[in-house]
Write a protein that binds this ligand. Structure first.
Ligand code: HEM
Length: 517
């Protein structure tokens, strides 16, 4: 029998026997869910539904409940869509839900072995998390203020010079900050190699790490299938991503290494961690590898996420000009026109804070967070959750729950956070950054970044609607992209409608309250 036939037989036998071999370890029923077909389970339903992944899961939750399950190729996934279920399982019982499902597409085939976001719950993951946390805990945040101020001012200058390129400017804004903090590297104005590198790798990272996008995540044996076999397109995709994903780890680190050798290195996450852990860059120690992994992880995690939140904010301002006027009045009243808003102004800017909260809620950057996995068998409200189950929290569903955030959750409405009767809804920060022991460790830095950018943009510009050839305002479609991290303007809503108006009377950034920086 040829190798292919052997592999196919092995595959079919594995799939057919999986349900039979699975022990029924508990008498309680599994959570409700779609029945699915023999062997493939709900794969057909999933592949037929063209909705964004979190909308599809939200729709299923309306049919099967806030805790439902489905099976694909013998792999069980439980989806949590309510605050109660997420808090109980992922927060209160985080000892059992801090593992990750296997992500062979991402970690092995695409070469992202540095990505500790995808590591199993293990000592190896703990070592990375501790190393990262040292430089991203709240008490360190002030050390980054100057870098955040300079990056925000540069963003304003770039927007003023070429407003049409606003998507590129916000991308550069967030990557310039992480490059500086992590490697001590200053982003070049044009053709920066590391900026290009991270965006070259981004498609593979966002798609590959979204668990379940590829069958191989459900059936890891498929990673051994030769890439020339029909249907093995995922392997070719992974090979295409592999090069830039690997380079992401090596190239910026080599730059730091050279800078250290030449005595020109600026203090950064890399140099400070190396000093603290007595590593010499290039010594090939275990800890050198850990620091390199953490650095690469931060470069990636910190680049697209904050940029995505800012893109959603800009879209929200284009859609809701009256909110912008109100926020600008608040800023003018508190800060005046002689300087830009700063970190210490934050407590005095309640409406700007409400805009920030609503941006995190409405434009949910990571709508399905990142998949967790149950380590041991568990029971929730009379339903059995077997060990090994993948557990997905639908953060988007919770952040759009009318019971928590009031009416019209699809509308951008910061007033929902301005309630003075003591019944303000829960802070979106509780759901926007993941859960339990795997909660985003970069969230303090991300919130500071978004706050400063929002408040300084509002103080500097009025973000106006584009005008079409007939003189009518263009109202962009608030479309969101699919994947691990989404984007408000999606390069489809705002950019397609506004940026492609390049040579017409288009999107307008009007110089605002008239101060200099
Ligand atoms: C708006 C900005 C951001 C959002 C919405 C966001 C969201 C998330 C989410 C949902 C997770 C998964 C949590 C879970 O598994 O439950 C995560 C993990 C992570 N994030 Fe962020 N993040 C943001 C910014 C950042 C930044 C700026 C950094 C670093 C500088 C960062 C570093 C990380 C790391 C290292 C992990 C992996 C944690 C682990 O698996 O233990 N994030 N983030």
């Amino acid at each position: 029998m040829s190798l292919i036939s052997q592999l196919l037989v092995l595959l079919i036998v594995t799939l057919a026997l999986r349900p039979l071999l699975r022990r029924r370890r508990h008498r309680l029923p599994l959570p409700p869910g779609p029945k699915g077909l023999p062997i493939i389970g709900s794969l057909w339903d999933i592949s037929q539904d063209q909705d964004l992944s979190w909308i599809r899961l939200w729709k299923w939750s309306r049919i099967y409940g806030d805790v439902f399950q489905f099976e694909v190729l013998g792999h069980r996934t439980v989806v949590l869509s309510s605050q109660e279920a997420i808090t109980t399982l992922l927060e209160k019982r985080s000892w059992n839900y801090s593992d990750r499902p296997d992500m062979p597409m991402f970690l092995e085939l695409s070469g992202a072995e540095w990505s500790f976001v995808a590591f199993r719950h293990s000592d190896w993951w703990r070592l990375h998390r501790r190393t990262f946390h040292q430089r991203f805990q709240p008490r360190v945040m002030q050390e980054y203020y100057d870098i955040q101020r300079v990056a925000t001012n540069t963003l304003i200058e770039r927007l003023n010079a070429s407003p049409d390129d606003f998507i590129e400017h916000i991308n550069k804004f967030s990557s310039s900050m992480v490059l500086k903090i992590i490697y001590g590297y200053t982003l070049k104005e044009k053709d920066d190699p590391y900026y290009r590198l991270v965006y070259d790798a981004m498609e593979g990272i966002l798609t590959g790490s979204n668990h379940g996008t590829f069958w191989v995540d459900y059936l890891p044996i498929l990673k051994y299938v030769p890439s020339w076999l029909p249907g093995a397109g995922y392997k070719k995709k992974a090979q295409g991503w592999n090069k830039s994903i690997l380079k992401l780890k090596e190239e910026p680190w080599s730059w730091v290494r050279r800078a250290v050798e030449e005595g020109t290195a600026e203090p950064s996450f890399c140099t400070q961690s190396a000093e603290r852990l007595s590593i010499t860059p290039g010594d090939n120690s275990v800890m050198e590898n850990v620091v390199k992994n953490c650095a690469t992880m931060s470069f990636v995690a910190g680049t697209d996420t904050s940029a995505s939140a800012l893109a959603s904010f800009i879209l929200a301002m284009v859609l809701n000009p009256e909110l912008q006027v109100r926020a600008q009045k608040e800023i003018d009243g508190v800060v005046g026109s002689g300087r830009l808003p700063d970190f210490e102004d934050r407590d005095n800017l309640p409406f700007v804070n409400a805009l920030l909260a609503e941006t995190l809620r409405w434009g949910t950057v990571t709508p399905l967070a990142i998949a967790h996995r149950a380590t041991d068998d568990d029971v929730y409200e009379g339903h059995f959750i077997p060990a090994g189950t993948t557990v997905i929290a639908n953060s988007w569903a919770v952040l759009h729950d009318e019971k928590l955030y009031g009416r019209n959750p699809l509308d951008f409405d910061p007033y929902r956070f301005m309630n003075n009767d003591g019944k303000a809804p829960p802070s979106p920060e509780l759901f926007a950054f993941g859960f339990g022991r795997r909660i985003c460790p970069g969230r303090y830095f991300a919130i500071n970044t978004i706050y400063l950018a929002i408040s300084r943009l509002l103080a500097s510009f009025t973000i106006a609607r584009a005008i079409d050839d007939e003189g009518n305002e263009i109202i962009p479609d608030p479309g969101f992209t699919d994947g691990l991290a989404t984007r408000g303007p999606s390069n489809a809503g705002l950019s397609r409608e506004i940026l492609t108006q390049k040579h017409k009377n288009r999107h307008e950034w009007v110089w605002g309250t008239g101060f200099a920086f």
